[in-house]
Each structure stands twice: as C-alpha cells, then as structure tokens.
Design a protein around this ligand. Structure first.
Ligand SMILES: NC(=O)c1ccc[n+]([C@@H]2O[C@H](COP(=O)([O-])OP(=O)(O)OC[C@H]3O[C@@H](n4cnc5c(N)ncnc54)[C@H](O)[C@@H]3O)[C@@H](O)[C@H]2O)c1
Length: 437
C-alpha cells in the first residue's frame, strides 16, 4: 500500500433499526472517539451493550466492577455492561511468584534503560498468560452476549481499544523526553525502538490495539453465524490511525503526527480487518484524524494536524455554522491574535524543511528527528500562547466536532462499507459537519 484510501462519499444508515444491538468493545471514558459513534447508534434506536476493562485492587489483582462502579459505568454508557474484566495486554501478568513486566520496567532507571536487558523467555510466559486471560474473559462475555441478542437482530461491534503503555514512572519520564524533549532534552524515538523496553512496549501495543480486535472477530464467530442464519447482519468497526489528509497550501495532502509509536500495532489492526474481509466478514478499520483525547494528550503537538480543519470548513462551503465556529475560535484567542494568523503559523510549520522527510506514507511510522520535535513542540507551544486560557483551546473545540463527524461517517458507512480500511480525512469531516449543522 503506497497511498491512503480515503472515504469518498457520505453514506447513510440503511441497515440498523430500533432494537438492533450495538456492542461497544472498549470502556467508555470521557471525551474519546467512541462517544460520537455511540450517539449515532442511540439515535437509530439501537440497544447498547458495553464491556469493562475492570479495575485493579491495591495488590494489582484485576477485578470486575463493584455494584456502585457498575451503576455509574452503565449510566455513563446508557446501556448494559457485561461485568467481566477485559483488560488487554500483559504488562501486569506473570506466573505466580514472578515479576510482572511492569515490575521489571520499574527496575530500570533513566540512566540504565537503554542498555537494560529483559528476560524474553519470562516475558513470553507473561504474554501467553495475558492472552489466555483475555481470551477466557472474552469467551465468558460472548456467552452472556449471545443470550442478550434476540433472533432477527442486526449487530454492530465497535472496537475502540488502544493503549498498552506500562504504568511505570520511568516510562513516563522517557515518554516526556521522546514526545516533548527539545534541544538538550531531545531523545530520539529510535532509541526506544532499539531498546528491550521499546520491544516490550511494541508487543504490548500489539496485544491491546491490534490482537484484541483479532480475538473479537474470532470469539464472536458463533454469534455472527447465528445472526446471519436468522437473516440478520453483523458489522465490525475499529478506530485506526495512519495519518490524515488535511489542507496544506490549499490542497488535501497526507500528513502524520510523528513519532507515533503505536503505528506498527495500528497496521496490524488494519491487517485483521483485511483478512476478515477476505473471508467475507464486513470489518472496517476507520483511520481517524488527530484529535485531543485523554489517550492522545501525551503526543505534544498532535493538534497541529487538527487546526487546518478550520480552513477545510471554508473550502467545503462555509456558511453560518462555519462562521459561528470561526468566531468561537477567535474568541478563545488573545485580543492581538487572529485565527488567520494561527493558521499561517500552522502553514509555515507544514512547509518547514524539518517536516519535509515525514510526508512519506510508505515509510510510516517514522522515528522523530531533533529538528522535527523542536519544530512540532515549539509551534504547538507558540499556538497555545496565542490563547487567552491554556485550558480552553481551539483544538478542544475542534476535537468535539471531529468526534461527532466521525461517528456519523462511520455509522453511515457501516451499512455497506466500501473497504476493510478507510481514511476519514478533513474533507469528509468538514462536509459531514456542514451538512448536519
Ligand atoms: N486521539 C486521536 O488522535 C486518535 C486518532 C485516530 C484514532 N484514534 C483511536 O481511537 C480509539 C479511541 O481512542 P481515543 O483517543 O478516543 O481515547 P480513549 O481514551 O477515549 O479510548 C481508548 C480506549 O482504549 C481502551 N483501553 C485502553 N487500554 C486498554 C487495555 N489495556 N485493555 C483494553 N482496553 C483498553 C479504553 O477502555 C478506551 O475504550 C483508539 O483506538 C485510538 O487509537 C485516536
């Protein structure tokens, strides 16, 4: 694949009706992408069923939600939650009496982590345990779910899981250096990839972000076959990331946030959808635009890919709603700053020499360079400084709209999806918002 395959038209739901089942495969937290899709499912009258990643006790044991936690999570979801803890990844799994991968990472220090070697035989056992635990919980969930889906219904499985960063203090410090470190504090992301720590993290990302989707496809096979035998249909969607086409010098061009360490896992996620598709299962990974969420806040400067959406709104037709958003964004800026001036800064950033090597789709996900991080983080800080209040950012305003738009685009496309991997770029996001507002 040497180019992205954009979604090219806005489709509308022709399949899902009142009483059909929407399964959210990932727990709903706050302001993330899943909220947009969930809203669409509810508007179509679907019954919502969710899962939980579970919670950890003080001694790290993974457990189901308490009655109180469950009631709160179900109220937040607006649907029933199957209360079996479904945490993916193996960062906290280990054979009895042996250290977990997170404990092993905690033995590293800022000075030692690059040379620190891990026992891969031990880690392979931890990984196997984590996978077995996940699959065993998933089998219980599927059994309960099967009993909750009446005959004749259509089912929509929406995968949202992504993550896998071990909860270790030292990694937080390393992440700060890699994603935010400028000048003397710059840390090449290649150093992480080359280290044993990096190799462990990539494996865990694969488990959480990609393999969880593979397990879902496999474990729901008998439900899928039952639904289809009854004349119903089943769809699977997942959220991918693989760069986005945004306006650069007036044209939609592919660009990416760098460095995106989870990129390898996201490509594996795409491969699960392609294999399923080849076997006649309608599974689609929707590669979504860069937005600010609890999960993406670690990536300093990610919003530089999002801000050109303001220009896309005008290119796609503008109108009263777009004028309103521009005004709202203008009001978030200091009196001597303008939206046009901010977009000019983003344009200068896009054109900067340091950024040019990264417009390379085939080489994605590329590792960072000192000049690139300096430009990305520096421009991001300059743009934050244009705001009246650094807690009320234009990127937050735009993120909410992208969440709503992708929800509508994904839900509309899922009835008759065009391909197993589709990119939702700024042109379609802008058109969808202009049409619906
Ligand atoms: N934020 C972005 O810029 C962006 C861009 C493109 C795609 N995405 C994708 O959208 C999806 C939702 O992410 P978001 O940014 O809205 O953030 P989010 O924090 O709302 O969602 C993350 C999801 O992952 C689940 N999760 C995290 N760790 C897990 C684990 N160990 N086991 C099982 N589940 C786990 C959470 O329950 C949650 O449902 C993700 O797949 C993400 O990669 C995000």
């Amino acid at each position: 694949m040497n180019t992205s395959r954009p979604l090219e038209k806005i489709s509308h739901n022709t399949l899902f009706r009142e009483g059909d089942i929407f399964v959210l495969f990932g727990e709903l937290f706050g302001r993330g992408y899943a909220t947009g899709l969930l809203e669409q499912a509810k508007a179509a009258g679907m019954d919502v069923i969710g899962i939980t990643v579970g919670r950890r006790d003080a001694d790290n044991t993974l457990r189901a939600l308490t009655d109180e936690e469950l009631a709160e999570a179900e109220a937040n979801l607006g649907g029933k939650i199957i209360n079996v803890p479904l945490m993916a990844g193996f960062d906290q799994d280990a054979p009895e009496g042996t250290p977990t991968p997170t404990e092993l990472v905690n033995e590293m220090t800022m000075d030692s982590w690059q040379e620190h070697k891990l026992d891969w035989d031990h880690l392979a056992k931890c990984r196997e345990l984590g996978t077995e635990r996940f699959k065993a919980s998933l089998a219980k969930i599927m059994e309960q779910l099967n009993g909750m889906i009446p005959a004749g219904k259509n089912v929509f499985f929406a995968h949202t899981m992504a993550g896998g960063i071990p909860r270790a203090k030292v990694f937080m410090a390393i992440a700060n250096r890699i994603y935010k470190g400028r000048g003397a504090r710059h840390m090449p992301s290649q150093n992480l990839i080359d280290s044993d720590l990096g190799k462990l993290i990539l494996q865990n990302f694969d488990e959480v972000t990609a393999n969880s989707f593979g397990h879902l496809l496999e474990a729901s096979k008998s439900i899928r076959e039952r639904i289809e035998a009854d004349g119903g249909q089943v769809r699977y969607t997942a959220y991918g990331y693989h760069g986005t086409r945004v306006l650069i010098e007036g044209e939609y061009k592919w660009q990416t946030y760098t460095s995106y360490t989870q990129g390898f896992a996201k490509m594996n996620l795409e491969n699960f959808a392609k294999t399923a598709w080849d076997n006649g299962v309608k599974a689609t990974v929707f590669n979504c635009p860069e937005i600010r969420t609890n999960s993406s806040d670690v990536f300093a400067g990610i919003e530089l890919s999002l801000l050109p959406l303001l220009a896309a709104f005008k290119k796609e037709g503008g109108g009263a709603w777009v004028d309103g958003i521009w005004q709202k964004c203008q009001d978030l800026l200091k009196d001597d700053a303008t939206v046009e001036g901010m977009l000019q800064k983003v344009s200068d950033y896009q054109q900067d020499d340091a950024m040019q090597p990264f417009y390379n789709f085939e080489a994605w996900p590329m590792q960072n360079s000192a000049a690139q991080v300096d430009k990305t983080v520096g421009t991001s800080q300059e743009i934050v400084d244009l705001h009246k209040n650094r807690k009320e950012l234009i990127s937050d305003e735009l993120s909410q709209h992208v969440v709503a738009a992708t929800g509508a685009l994904i839900f509309g496309e899922a009835s008759e999806p065009a391909a197993p991997v589709l990119w939702l770029d700024h042109d379609m996001v802008a058109q969808s918002l202009i049409q619906s507002n």
